[in-house]
Design a protein around this ligand. Structure first.
Ligand SMILES: C[S@@+](CC[C@H](N)C(=O)[O-])C[C@H]1O[C@@H](n2cnc3c(N)ncnc32)[C@H](O)[C@@H]1O
Length: 302
């Protein structure tokens, strides 16, 4: 089923300064629609668009999802932020906008929490001065050297923002040097090859997943939580046990009872679970539900 393109209106003042949805905007909508099933299956709770302009992309994404989510967008341009909220209202979607540079205003709060990250950046090659010198509408397209200056400032933030199963969609121009862009940022996330239908004459939609997801899949696929996680099955299994935050809640001398609160921490090395950081874009940590892991049978008895 084809999803409707959101309606939007630019006021005369906004027409002067807000990016009017164009071929790149619609290419991004097509890519989202094509991946709708995958995106919905990931059950995004937090969606963030950088440089929302008219708000058509954020609104489309919010309306495409089955369940309500927290939809946020940033833009340098105050009028864009205002227009994007109006577009969301007009299409019965919920969207909060923040005026600021890239993800800077939200970055600390959204660390590791963004499930769907979207960016149609200013990517037209210009001089560096042109970015600073441009009026608002110029900042919508002026990308500096190779059209990559704004984007290159943003890409290192991507792995920090994405949640474990986070997805990232980005519009890029051939002139941005897409092969080099992917090479320069191969540890940032797990890039998917641009598919042929995500390509217009000179633009591509690049999509990427957080590296965590691939590590998670690779290490859990053949893992059996019922098998002792040591190579030498007759050797010892060393488990360190630590009681932390120990404090007494009550003590009854007559009954000779004591009630206390504590956390039991255990650590061990699981030799059946591991991965090469270099094969997964430098990812060195993942969070895995404990229900999937072998666990020692240690209980505290009173
Ligand atoms: C190519 S337009 C895309 C607009 C909209 N997302 C779309 O697809 O139609 C780029 C947008 O990024 C915004 N922008 C440019 N530099 C930015 C920055 N440093 N931080 C936040 N937004 C920025 C511009 O104001 C503009 O709205």
């Amino acid at each position: 089923m084809s999803l409707a393109t959101p309606q939007y209106r630019l006021t005369p003042e906004e027409e002067e300064s807000v990016y009017d949805p164009a071929e790149d905007t619609f290419l991004l909508l097509d890519a989202l629609e094509k991946d709708a099933q995958v995106i919905r299956a990931a059950r995004p709770m937090v969606v963030l668009e950088i440089g929302c302009g008219s708000g058509v992309v954020s609104t489309f994404a919010a309306n495409m999802l089955d369940a309500p989510c927290c939809s946020l967008a940033t833009d340098l341009n105050v009028l864009a932020a205002q227009c994007a909220r109006r577009t969301a209202d007009l299409n019965h979607a919920s969207l909060d906008t923040v005026v600021g540079d890239l993800a800077a205003p939200l970055q600390d709060r959204l660390f590791g929490k963004v499930d769907l990250l979207l960016f149609n950046p200013p990517y037209v090659p210009t001089s560096t001065e042109e970015i600073a010198g441009c009026k608002e509408v110029g900042r919508a397209w002026a990308g500096g050297i190779n059209g990559r200056e704004v984007l290159d400032r943003f890409l290192p933030t991507v792995p920090k923002l994405l949640s474990e199963n986070g997805l990232f969609y980005l519009v890029a121009l051939d002139k941005n040097g897409i092969d080099q862009l992917l090479k320069d940022n191969e540890t940032c996330c797990f890039w998917c090859k641009p598919s042929s239908d995500s390509v217009s004459r000179e633009r591509k939609i690049l999509s990427a997943r957080a590296n965590h997801f691939d590590v998670y899949k690779a290490i859990t696929t053949d893992y059996d939580k019922n098998v002792l996680p040591v190579r030498n099955i007759s050797g010892p299994m060393v488990v360190s046990v630590e009681l932390t935050y120990f404090y007494i809640l009550s003590m009854d001398q007559l009954q000779e009872t004591i009630t206390f609160h504590t956390d039991l921490g255990m650590s061990w090395k699981d030799e059946n679970m591991g991965w090469k950081e270099s094969k997964f874009g430098g990812t060195s940590k993942v969070v895995i539900p404990s229900s999937l892991l072998w666990k020692p049978d240690i209980y505290v008895m009173s």
